[in-house]
Design a protein around this ligand. Structure first.
Ligand code: AMP
Length: 546
C-alpha cells in the first residue's frame, strides 16, 4: 500500500520562492567586477530570476537544453542558476580555469545554447568563440554602462535582456528527476565527464547540508561561499542558504587574503567555506597584519586534505571552529564532514586535532564503505584501508551521454578512486588517492597530460609527474625526466617546449633528471615509489611562497 502524502516535487524553484516569501528581507551582497558592492534581498532575487526565465523563453531556450555560465559568485550568477534550472533547462557551470581546449570540448559536448559570462572572461571566450558549435549568443553579466566592445556574436547585455521582461513567471511543475545542473569533472584520463544533477538530488543535498551535524545553517547566519559556484554546486550553499533564509554574501572574483578578510569583517560573516589554499592566504594576511576575526565562528574546509596546522590555527588562535569536509563532484559534492560526537569536545587539544584532521562522518542520505581489491568490505576499525565506495540519491549513476560507461557496481556503489579508513565511530580518513592528479589551489592538474606532453619534447625518453607539497598551492607538479640516449636536453628547453601548450598554471614548478623511472609489473609508472624517492624534495617556488 502506498502512503497518502502529497506528491509535491522537490524543485529548486521551490527553494527560491520559499526564500522570497519567508525571508524576503534578508540580504544578498555581492562584490562586483564593475566596482562597488551590490545589495538586494530574496524578494529581488526571485523577481529578477522570473524576469530572466521569461527572457530565456524569449531567446528560444527549451527545457532540457544547456545554458552555460562562466562566472564568479555574484547575484547575477545566482539568478542564472534559478532561472535556467527553474524553467526546465540545465544550468551548466563552466570552470573558467580550464584551458581553452577543455572549455571548447565541454561546451560542445553539453551543446550549450547560450553562455552567460562575467566581464573577466570576454577575452578568453573571444579566442575560442568560432569553435563553439552550438552557442547562439553570449549574455554579458553587466549593465549597459559597462558593456565592452566585443567580437562575440550576439553579445547581449544582461540588464537590458531582463529589463523589459515581466516578473510574473509560473515555474513549471517539473518532475523532480528533471536535470537541473551540469558540472564537468576534470578526469585523470580522457576528456572531462559531465555530472548531471537533478532537481531532486540538489534539493536533497541542500537539505542534508543544512543539517545540524553537517553545516548547521540557520536563518540567523551570515554566510559567504568563497568556494566558486563552478566547483560542484558551491558545496550546496547557493541552495542551502536561501533554503534557511541566511544572509548570502558572494565574494566575486577577488579571493586573496585581504579581500576575503575585508568581506568577512565588513559583512559580519559567521560561516564560510572554501579549499585550504584560500584559507592559507587569509591566515597569512592576518598574521602579517596582526588582525583578528570578530565575527567568524565556523569554517568548512575541503576539496583536499586540510593540514593539521591550519585547523590548529583557526581553532586555537582565532577561535573559529573547523569542519573538515570531503566529497566529490559526482557526490553533489558533500560526503562527509568532521564534527565531533558526544564527549569529544572535552578531549585535550592534540586528541581533538587527531579527530579533526579526519575527513569526518557521512551525512544522511550518503552511504560509504571501504573494500579490498576483490570488493570485500573491510572492517571499520580505523586501521584497515581500502577503496572508498559511495551510494545514495545525491550521487551520480552515469555521466552525461554515457561517457565512461557503467560507473556503478552490481549493488549500485560508485568507486570514488580514493583510499580510506573508517573508524568504529564512523569517522572516515583519506589515506591516499588511487588517482594521481595533482591538486593545486583546489584545482586539478592531470599528471598524465603533463607526462604525455613532456615526452613529446625532443631528447626526452620518459616522463613522470608527481605532486610535491607546496606551502601556498597545496601541491605543485614536479616533472621527472629520463633523457634519451646521448641527449643533453635541459630544464629550460623542456619548459620552453611545454610553454603555450597547456594552461600556464599547469606548468611544472621544477624538473628532476633521473637515470630511470620505476615501473610496476604491468609497465605502469610506480608513482608511490617516486613519491617516496622525492619525499623531501623542495620546489624552488616554495621559498617565495613562505
Ligand atoms: P572534485 O570532484 O574536484 O571535488 O574532487 C574530488 C576529490 O578530491 C576526491 O575524490 C578526493 O580525492 C579529493 N578530496 C576532496 N576533499 C578532500 C579532503 N577533505 N581530503 C582529501 N582529499 C579530498
Amino acid at each position: 500500500m502506498l502512503g497518502l502524502m502529497q506528491d509535491r516535487q522537490l524543485l529548486v524553484s521551490g527553494i527560491l520562492e520559499h526564500a522570497a516569501l519567508n525571508h524576503g528581507e534578508r540580504e544578498i551582497v555581492s562584490a562586483m567586477t564593475e566596482g562597488p558592492m551590490h545589495r538586494y534581498n530574496y524578494i529581488a532575487l526571485a523577481e529578477r530570476s522570473r524576469r530572466l526565465a521569461n527572457a530565456l523563453s524569449g531567446l528560444g531556450v527549451k527545457p532540457g537544453q544547456c545554458v552555460a555560465t562562466l562566472a564568479w559568485n555574484t547575484f547575477r550568477h545566482v539568478e542564472c542558476w534559478y532561472a535556467i534550472a527553474g524553467m526546465g533547462a540545465i544550468a551548466h557551470t563552466i570552470n573558467p580555469r580550464l584551458f581553452p581546449e577543455q572549455i571548447i570540448y565541454i561546451a560542445n559536448h553539453a551543446e550549450d545554447q547560450y553562455i552567460f559570462t562575467d566581464l573577466t572572461f570576454i577575452d578568453q571566450l573571444e579566442a575560442i568563440a568560432d569553435q563553439l558549435e552550438t552557442v547562439k549568443g553570449f549574455v554579458i553579466l553587466t549593465d549597459r554602462d559597462h558593456m565592452p566592445d566585443t567580437s562575440l556574436k550576439n553579445a547581449i547585455c544582461y540588464e537590458d535582456l531582463i529589463a523589459e521582461e515581466s516578473a510574473a513567471f509560473r515555474w513549471p511543475e517539473l518532475d523532480e528527476n528533471t536535470a537541473c545542473g551540469l558540472c564537468y569533472t576534470s578526469g585523470t584520463t580522457g576528456n572531462p565527464k559531465g555530472v548531471l544533477y537533478s532537481h531532486r538530488s540538489n534539493v536533497l543535498h541542500a537539505m542534508a547540508a543544512t543539517g545540524a551535524d553537517a553545516m548547521a545553517l540557520r536563518s540567523v547566519d551570515n554566510v559567504m561561499p568563497v568556494v566558486p559556484m563552478f566547483h560542484a554546486n558551491a558545496w550546496a550553499l547557493a541552495y542551502a542558504v536561501p533554503m534557511v533564509g541566511g544572509k548570502l554574501v558572494l565574494p566575486g572574483r577577488h579571493l586573496d587574503g585581504e579581500s576575503v578578510y575585508n568581506m568577512l569583517e565588513d559583512e559580519q560573516i559567521n560561516f564560510t567555506a572554501a579549499v585550504p589554499t584560500v584559507w592559507l592566504m587569509l591566515l597569512q594576511h592576518m598574521q602579517a597584519n596582526d588582525l583578528k576575526l570578530n565575527y567568524l565562528k565556523r569554517v568548512v574546509i575541503g576539496g583536499s586534505a586540510v593540514p593539521r596546522s591550519m585547523i590548529d590555527t583557526f581553532e586555537n588562535v582565532y577561535g573559529v571552529e573547523v569542519a573538515h569536509a570531503w566529497g566529490m563532484t559526482e557526490m553533489s559534492p558533500l560526503g562527509t564532514l568532521c564534527n565531533f560526537k558526544a564527549g569529544m569536545e572535552n578531549l585535550d587539544k592534540q586528541a581533538r586535532l587527531d579527530i579533526k584532521v579526519k575527513q569526518g562522518r557521512v551525512i544522511y542520505p550518503v552511504e560509504i564503505k571501504i573494500t579490498d581489491d576483490d570488493g570485500n568490505e573491510l572492517q571499520r576499525d580505523g586501521k584497515a584501508f581500502g577503496h572508498l565506495l559511495v551510494r545514495g540519491p545525491t550521487i551520480s549513476k552515469a555521466y552525461l551521454k554515457g561517457e565512461g560507461g557503467e560507473i556503478l557496481d552490481r549493488d549500485g556503489w560508485f568507486d570514488t578512486g580514493d583510499v580510506a579508513t573508517i573508524d568504529p565511530l564512523g569517522f572516515m580518513q583519506i589515506t591516499d588517492r588511487s588517482k594521481d592528479v595533482i591538486k593545486s589551489g583546489g584545482e586539478w592538474i592531470s599528471s598524465i597530460d603533463l607526462e604525455n606532453l613532456a615526452v613529446g619534447c625532443p631528447g626526452v625518453a620518459e616522463a613522470a609527474v608527481i605532486g610535491i607539497a607546496h606551502p601556498k598551492w597545496d601541491e605543485r607538479p614536479l616533472l621527472i625526466i629520463v633523457r634519451a640516449d646521448g641527449s643533453n636536453v635541459t630544464r629550460d628547453e623542456i619548459l620552453a617546449y611545454m610553454d603555450g601548450k597547456i594552461a600556464k598554471w599547469w606548468m611544472p614548478d621544477d624538473i628532476a633528471f633521473v637515470d630511470e623511472i620505476p615501473h610496476t609489473a604491468t609497465g605502469k609508472i610506480q608513482k608511490t615509489t617516486l613519491r617516496e624517492q622525492f619525499a623531501d624534495y623542495k620546489l624552488p617556488t616554495a621559498d617565495a611562497a613562505e
